[in-house]
Design a protein around this ligand. Structure first.
Ligand code: NOJ
Length: 559
C-alpha cells in the first residue's frame, strides 16, 4: 500500500453506506424523506464512521420500481428536493470527509421517459434506435427473466409499431441500446453531469445486462461491450481521476474478472461479492464455515486498482440464486421458511436480525466477517441499529421501510400523519420503540456502538482493504480462520465461529517472526504470546469472532 495510491484509490479502504433519500429523513414533514433531511443526518453518518454515501436513485421517476425507472437522467424527483439541494448535500458531505456516489441506471429507462414515448411513435422516429427492437418475436425463456412474478419474457410487443422491444427487468423498463452512439453520448453526458455536481463516482446498476450483447434475430453484431466499458472508464477518469465505479455484477467469480478490465484497470473498480455473501448465509445456516472458506479460496485475487465490495444485506431481496437448489432450500428453511418471506423462488425479502431470531452474537459475527475480509464494506441503512424489514410492505420493498431514528411518532422519520408516510414502519419487536438510533447511541453496549467500533477498527487497519486472504488450517468445522496479508508485512488473523458451541482454536503460525505477539483489536488490544514455534491456542465463544493483528518484535505498539 503506497501512500500516494492510498489517496487516489480512496475506495480501497472506505466504508460505504447505502441510503434511500425517500426513506431516510423527512425534513419538511410531508411524509417523504428528502435531500435536506439527508443533509441534516450527515453528522450522524460522520459519527458512525461512514466515508462514502451511496444514494439510491433520486431522479424523476414513473415510480413503478422505487426510482429505478427513470424519466429524466439530469434531474431530481421533485418530491425529494431540487438540484440545488443536491449540490448542498454533496458539498456538506465533502466538508465532513464523506464522499457521495450515486446510482447510475442506464441499462434501461422508464417507458414514460420522453425518449421511449417518442421511440414507440413510429419505426423511423429519431429515438427509435435508442432502444432494442426486433421485427420477429425473439425466443425468451422464463429463466431469463429477472422478475418472474410479473414477467414471462424479456421481450414485449409494442402494438402500435408491431415490433418487440427488449426489457431485462419489468416491461415498463425498456433497455437502452448502448451500441447506438447517440445513447453512448447521453451516457457520457449523464456521467459527466453528476461528476460536475461533485459526486465521487457511481454504483452501476445491472452491469451484466448493461454490458451485454443481446441477440436480435437476423442482426449481425460486432459491438464489444467490454471495450465500451473501458471507454466509459476512460471518460470518467479524464473528468475525475479518482472517481469510482462500483458495479452490481451478480455472476460467477470467473466471469466477474472481465468486468474489472485488464491489468491496467480499464473496467469497474469495485464489484459486490455476491458469491461470498451467499456462501456466508449457507455457512450460517449450517453452522459450518466450509462453504465460505471454499468461496474465499476460489475468489480471484485482484490487482491493486480493483476491489471487492463486501456486504451482508442490500436493498433488494437476499438473493440466493448462485446456490444449488438444495443449498438454497437449507437457507430458506433456516432463515425464511414462510413462503411470504421468499421471493422469485431465489431470495428472501428480509433483513438480517429477524433471520437470526435477533441473536446479536450471530449478527455481530456476520458483520465482523464482512469487515475482516480483503475488500471494502458496504452497509445498507439501518443495519447499524439492527433494523428489521416490514413484511407488510409488498415484495422487495419490505426491507426499504423508513429509518428508525427515535422511539417517538413515526420512529422520528417524519412529523407527518401516519397515513401520509411514504412507507409504513414495522410494529412489535423490531418497531422503532425497541429499535432506534437515538436510544442506541446513548447506550455504549448497543449494536450501534458495536458497529461504530467495527467501522473504526477497520479504518484504523487500512491494510485490510489492500490485503490478500489465506484460509488457515485448524480442526473446527464451525470456525473460519483466515489471515489477511499486505505487502508491507502487515498481517491480521481473524477467527469467526459459525457454531453455537465455544471452542479452542489451535493455530500454527510458522510464518510469523519469532517474538511476535497477537494484538486483539476488538477486545481491549490485549497481547497474546506465541510459543517458540509460533503455536497458539485461542478461545472463541459461541458465534465468537476475533481480529488479531500480528505485531512483530520490532514494531511499535498499536496506539
Ligand atoms: C437492480 C436494482 O438493485 C433493483 O432494485 C432494480 O429493480 C433493478 N436493478 C432494475 O434497475
Amino acid at each position: 500500500m503506497r501512500s500516494a495510491d492510498s489517496g487516489d484509490l480512496w475506495w480501497k479502504n472506505a466504508v460505504f453506506y447505502c441510503a434511500d433519500i425517500e426513506t431516510f429523513y423527512d425534513w419538511n414533514g410531508d411524509g417523504t424523506g428528502d435531500i435536506r433531511g439527508m443533509t441534516d443526518r450527515l453528522e450522524y453518518l460522520n459519527d458512525l464512521g461512514v466515508t462514502c454515501l451511496w444514494l439510491m436513485p433520486f431522479y424523476p421517476t414513473a415510480r413503478k420500481d422505487d426510482g429505478y425507472d427513470i424519466t429524466d437522467f439530469y434531474g431530481v424527483d421533485p418530491r425529494l428536493g431540487t438540484l440545488g439541494d443536491f449540490v448542498e448535500l454533496v458539498r456538506t458531505a465533502k466538508s465532513k470527509g464523506i464522499r457521495v456516489i450515486v446510482d447510475f441506471v442506464m441499462n434501461h429507462t422508464s417507458d414514460a421517459h420522453p425518449w421511449f414515448k417518442s421511440a414507440r411513435r413510429s419505426k423511423d422516429d429519431p429515438y427509435r434506435d435508442h432502444y432494442v427492437w426486433s421485427a420477429t418475436e425473439p425466443k425468451s425463456s422464463p429463466k431469463d427473466v429477472v422478475f418472474p412474478d410479473q414477467e414471462d419474457s424479456n421481450w414485449e410487443l409494442d402494438r402500435k409499431t408491431g415490433e418487440w422491444y427488449l426489457h431485462h427487468f419489468y416491461k415498463h423498463q425498456p433497455d437502452l441500446n448502448i451500441e447506438n452512439p447517440k445513447v453512448q453520448e447521453e451516457i457520457s453526458r449523464t456521467l459527466g453531469f453528476w461528476l460536475e455536481l461533485g459526486v465521487s463516482g457511481f454504483r452501476v446498476d445491472a452491469v451484466p445486462f448493461l454490458f451485454a450483447k443481446d441477440a436480435v434475430p437476423g442482426q449481425i453484431d460486432v459491438f464489444d461491450p467490454f471495450q465500451y466499458l473501458g471507454d466509459i472508464r476512460n471518460f470518467i477518469t479524464r473528468r475525475l481521476g479518482d472517481a469510482v465505479l462500483l458495479g452490481e455484477v451478480n455472476v460467477p467469480y470467473k466471469e466477474q474478472k472481465k468486468f474489472f478490465g485488464g491489468a491496467d484497470g480499464d473496467g469497474l473498480n469495485m464489484q459486490f461479492d455476491f458469491i461470498g455473501m451467499q456462501q456466508i448465509y449457507l455457512s450460517m445456516a449450517r453452522g459450518d464455515a466450509r462453504p465460505i472458506a471454499k468461496a474465499l479460496r476460489q475468489r480471484p485475487t485482484l490487482d491493486p486498482t480493483s476491489q471487492w465490495a463486501n456486504f451482508i444485506r442490500n436493498h433488494d431481496e437476499l438473493t440466493l440464486d448462485k446456490l444449488s437448489d438444495t443449498e438454497r432450500q437449507e437457507v430458506f428453511d433456516a432463515f425464511g421458511p414462510d413462503p411470504d418471506m421468499q421471493l422469485y423462488g431465489r431470495g428472501l425479502r428480509r433483513r438480517l436480525p429477524p433471520m437470526l431470531g435477533g441473536d446479536e452474537r450471530r449478527m455481530k459475527m456476520a458483520y465482523s466477517l464482512a469487515f475482516s475480509l480483503p475488500g471494502t464494506p458496504v452497509l445498507f441503512y439501518g443495519e447499524e441499529i439492527g433494523m428489521a424489514e416490514n413484511p407488510e410492505i409488498p415484495g422487495r420493498l419490505a426491507v426499504r421501510s423508513p429509518m428508525q431514528w427515535t422511539g417517538g411518532t413515526n420512529g422520528g422519520f417524519s412529523s407527518a400523519v401516519k397515513r401520509r408516510l411514504t412507507r409504513p414502519l414495522p410494529d412489535g419487536l423490531y418497531g422503532p420503540e425497541r429499535v432506534n438510533a437515538a436510544d442506541q447511541r446513548r447506550d455504549h453496549g448497543s449494536f450501534w456502538w458495536f458497529m461504530r467500533n467495527l467501522i473504526y477498527t477497520y479504518r484504523e487497519q487500512p491494510e485490510i482493504g489492500w490485503s490478500t486472504v489465506e484460509i488457515l488450517k485448524q480442526p473446527n468445522r464451525a470456525v473460519l480462520a483466515h489471515v489477511c496479508r499486505e505487502e508491507s508485512g502487515w498481517s491480521m488473523i481473524a477467527l469467526h465461529n459459525f457454531g453455537a458451541e465455544g471452542c479452542i482454536v489451535a493455530l500454527e503460525l510458522d510464518a510469523v517472526a519469532p517474538g511476535s505477539v497477537l494484538v486483539d483489536l476488538l477486545d481491549g488490544r490485549t497481547e497474546i504470546e506465541l510459543d517458540k514455534s509460533g503455536r497458539v491456542e485461542l478461545d472463541l465463544g459461541p458465534y465468537g469472532y476475533r481480529w488479531l493483528r500480528v505485531l512483530g518484535p520490532e514494531e511499535e505498539p498499536i496506539i
